[in-house]
Ligand binder design. Structure first.
Ligand SMILES: Nc1nc2c(c(=O)[nH]1)N[C@H]1C(S)=C(S)[C@@H](COP(=O)(O)O)O[C@H]1N2
Ligand SMILES: [Mo]
Length: 328
């Protein structure tokens, strides 16, 4: 879906077709324009780091986030890698399936139903959600439980904005996320690899943490289907599978909700799933990771995985006193 010919018949180049030299000059032009206008933070990082390219999806700018931990000096993973190397089992289990098959997902019209222990339950139309809070650009590391990672410039706002809007009741302790499960749009549902719909959950205080992001875009544009259009969760200190894609329902509960991966393999995937280099997956170590885009064949260097994916300063307090080898 990404190598789409525009209505003008122009074949937009892939980011991999753009030479470092071109990227460098685009960057200079862009930075000059930025300095002159004094506006538009969105996309600056994208242009600054070699992914200069014409927009292919609708622009979704975000202002620079003031949330602690939401900006990063790390090199961004290319748009190409972010959108072609995905896990979205509703479209198949191979990394290339989502980009190849997610064209059948219809991200509009779209609604998200909010229910359970809240004073103001209701169904939010996508357009209402887009207007609920100002869009911010958040550069987060994403660490997959499989041992690879990326650095992605998301666009969205803190999930807490939506949560506050619906007014959780005192008895609400957890938030469950239910994602789309429509066999007409999602060929992967034929496989029984997970018990559909894909569900996830957070403790309410985790969901209210400012880093927990309701994301609508990346690289200054709306989310590509394969990245969870039109709205998904991004929880940067947890393994990637907690960041549920294509959400259709959010439910506030008193009891800890079931989650798809925990149901499938409880000894491998706990409810918390905080990134933790000291707690190995039963079948492999979690001590290090491979940064996508940095592969060097035999000489590929792995990076040490950081506690809470490097967000310990921001989120460590949430787990004070908990035995993290028990609550993995
Ligand atoms: N609905 C749904 N959400 C999902 C998944 C999935 O299979 N289905 N995969 C998860 C996993 S394992 C990861 S690593 C991230 C990947 O997000 P990305 O493709 O945008 O990088 O999405 C998560 N969210
Ligand atoms: Mo993952």
């Amino acid at each position: 879906m990404l190598i789409r010919t525009g209505g003008d018949g122009f074949q937009h180049p892939l980011s991999s077709d753009i030479t470092p030299r071109e990227a460098y000059f685009s960057r200079r032009l862009w930075l000059t324009a930025l300095a002159a206008s004094g506006v538009a933070w969105a996309g600056r990082e994208a242009f600054a780091q070699g992914s200069a390219r014409p927009n292919r999806l609708a622009a979704l700018p975000g202002q620079r986030s003031a949330v602690d931990g939401a900006t990063s000096a790390e090199k961004l993973t290319s748009y190409q890698d972010v959108t072609q190397y995905n896990n979205f089992y509703e479209f198949g289990t191979s990394k290339s399936d989502p980009a190849a098959r997610a064209d059948s997902l219809k991200p509009r019209p779209w609604t998200v139903q909010v229910e359970g222990l809240v004073n103001k339950p209701g169904t939010f139309d996508l357009d209402a959600l887009l207007k609920l809070a100002p869009m911010e650009e958040r550069i987060y590391r994403l660490r997959c439980v499989e041992g690879w990672s990326m650095v992605i410039p998301w666009v969205g706002y803190s999930l807490s904005a939506l949560i506050k809007r619906v007014e959780p009741q005192g008895s609400a302790k957890y938030v469950e996320f239910v994602t789309l499960a429509d066999p007409k749009q999602m060929p992967g549902l034929r496989s029984r690899v997970l018990d559909w719909p894909y569900t996830e959950g957070l403790r309410l205080d985790e969901a209210l943490h400012p880093l927990s992001l309701l994301a609508f875009g990346l690289y200054g544009e709306v989310l590509p289907n394969q990245n969870g259009a039109p709205v998904r969760l991004v929880v940067p200190w947890k393994y990637g599978f907690k960041s549920a894609k294509s959400i259709v329902k959010i439910r506030f509960t008193e009891r800890q909700p079931k989650t798809a991966w925990n149901e499938a393999a409880p000894q491998e995937y706990g409810f918390y799933s905080n990134v933790n280099p000291q707690v190995a997956h039963p079948r492999w170590s979690q001590a290090s990771e491979r940064r996508i885009g940095e592969e060097g064949g035999l000489f590929a260097k792995r990076r040490p995985t950081l506690m809470f994916n490097g967000y310990e300063k921001q989120v460590g307090q949430l787990y004070a006193g908990m035995d993290l080898s028990k609550f993995y």
